[in-house]
Design a protein around this ligand. Structure first.
Ligand code: HSE
Length: 433
């Protein structure tokens, strides 16, 4: 069997996991790949005397890996934007294939990186960047190749899902975030998790491969979970819904929706049962219908599983000398469509609205009248006398699907009423139709 040489840059959570699994399962992986995958060089900017590298050459200069002529495949696990970009572009320029778990890098610099890789005839594989250990990119790019994909929706940040799950059980946001960080789930900057930036990176990649459009991260909408209250979690439950932090990409004739925000999902839907650090991605294809991909979205060996699947794909190419490869986004580069990302005013969604109303006659009628004037159909309404405080009562309304522009106008009018107090709380809702 041929040997394929792998150099790993970065020995953090995912780098350590990749080293361990590649070493532990070497014989099994060789059997699958049809070649021996040998880690011949490892680099980490920090000294890692604590890890037994079994004699593999180690350096604190990560560029040693990409400049080593013996390395066939560079595994980039340092994270971040700028140095990672330079590292990957140098590897490509040196004729090396690249495997990365860096969703930020691909979402922001992927168009440039893929163009360089295609010119150089090498592959940049990024399965581990999206939904951790779930092989969802392979499913979209290859398994669903016969479908026109209409929408993709998913829980694609494990840290955020862990926080929302624990908050449902009554725990405080800050405590749970600290725990997720200690468990190695969170990004170096955890605001990427809680404000939806990490999920937007992943959604951008999913949407591009699903719809065949260039990566457009800068146009993705993000809203985080830090303002979700236990009150809204509990009241969504009473309405038969659960609040999840979803990434939603939908293809419309006029453009694509690309948005990450807290979302009410029906408790009866499978996705509502996805708890803790687990992720799930729903993909709707015109031929297959709805499919769901479920599994660990973060963690050392779970993410290593996806990194290694990519290494095996690339090692087969190296060992066989084949020029056959799946295009980076699953579509030939000249087949990508220039569909723009729609503004949030143009998206369509259902809405949970919480209005603080003065507890006096006629207020509900005024609220209903404003919604109706803006073409907003009410699905359910909830108001409990037991919740009256200081003469104010929360009115919770769930709407049918409507254009966000109409809801924005209605909210502005509701907030201007003399019979309401303070801002209207708005959480989008999704029924997956
Ligand atoms: N911080 C990310 C998450 C890691 O929690 O999902 C995996 O991408």
């Amino acid at each position: 069997m041929k040997d394929v040489s792998v150099g790993i840059c970065g020995l953090g959570t995912v780098g350590g996991g990749t080293f361990n699994v590649l070493t532990r399962n070497a014989a099994l992986i060789a059997g699958r790949a049809g070649c021996n995958i040998r880690i011949t060089r490892v680099a980490s900017r920090r000294n890692r005397d604590d890890i037994d590298l079994g004699g593999v050459a180690f350096s604190t200069e990560i560029f040693d890996v990409v400049n080593d002529p013996a390395v066939d495949v560079v595994v980039e696990l340092i994270g971040g934007y700028d140095t990672a970009r330079e590292l990957v572009l140098t590897a490509i320029a040196n004729g090396k294939h690249v495997v990365t778990a860096n969703k930020a890098l691909i979402a922001v610099h992927g168009n440039e990186i893929f163009a360089a890789a295609e010119k150089a005839g090498v592959v940049v594989a990024y399965e581990a960047g999206v939904a951790g250990g779930i092989p969802v990119m392979k499913a979209i790019r290859e398994g669903l190749a016969g479908n026109r994909i209409d929408w993709i929706a998913g829980i694609i940040n494990g840290t955020g899902n862990y926080i929302l799950t624990e908050m449902r059980a009554g725990r405080a946001f800050a405590d749970v975030l600290k725990e997720a960080q200690d468990l190695g789930y969170a990004e170096a900057d955890p605001t990427f998790d809680v404000e939806g930036i990490d999920a937007a990176h992943k959604l951008t990649i999913l949407a591009s491969a699903g719809f065949g459009v260039p990566l457009q991260f800068e146009k993705a909408f993000t809203e985080g979970i830090s303002s979700i209250t236990p009150y809204d979690i509990a009241h969504a439950e009473q309405l038969g819904y659960r609040i999840k932090h979803l990434g939603i990409a939908r293809r419309r004739d006029e453009g694509i929706e690309l948005r990450v925000h807290p979302t009410l999902v029906p408790q009866s839907h499978l996705i509502a049962q996805v708890d803790g650090v687990l992720n799930a991605v729903l993909v709707d294809g015109d031929a297959v219908g709805q499919t769901m991909y479920y599994g660990p979205g973060a963690g050392d060996e779970a993410t290593a599983s996806a990194v290694i699947a990519d290494i095996v794909d690339v090692a087969r190419i190296v060992a066989s000398g084949s020029s056959l490869r799946v295009p980076h986004l699953g579509f030939a580069p000249d087949a990508l469509e220039k569909l723009d990302v729609l503004s949030m005013e143009d998206i369509q969604s259902a809405y949970y609205l919480r209005i603080t109303a003065l507890d006096r006659p006629g207020v509900l009628a005024k609220i209903a009248s404003i919604l109706s004037e803006h073409g907003i159909n009410i699905e359910s309404i909830m108001q409990k006398e037991s919740e009256v405080q200081d003469g104010r009562i929360p009115v919770i309304i769930l709407t049918h699907t409507v254009q966000e522009r109409q809801v924005n106008r209605a909210i502005a009018e509701l907030e201007a009423l003399a019979d309401t107090d303070g801002p209207v709380v708005r959480i989008r809702a999704e029924n997956f139709n």
